[in-house]
Design a protein around this ligand. Structure first.
Ligand SMILES: [Zn+2]
Length: 54
């Protein structure tokens, strides 16, 4: 089962081919552990776990 690369939790839903959503972090990520935040207008914004949201 897929776990969240940010929090390591299992509250992860599959939302597409190789795309997942963490309900705890409210962030999207893919199989390469690239993480995206969802902006208010619905677009995806690259998210760096070290830097947080810019
Ligand atoms: Zn998470």
């Amino acid at each position: 089962m897929k776990t969240c690369p940010i929090c390591g939790g299992k509250a992860v839903g599959r939302i597409g081919v190789d795309q997942y959503y963490c309900w705890d972090c409210l962030l999207e990520f893919n199989g390469k552990n690239e993480v995206f935040a969802i902006a208010e207008d619905g677009t995806l914004v690259a998210y760096n776990p070290q830097e947080g949201l810019r």
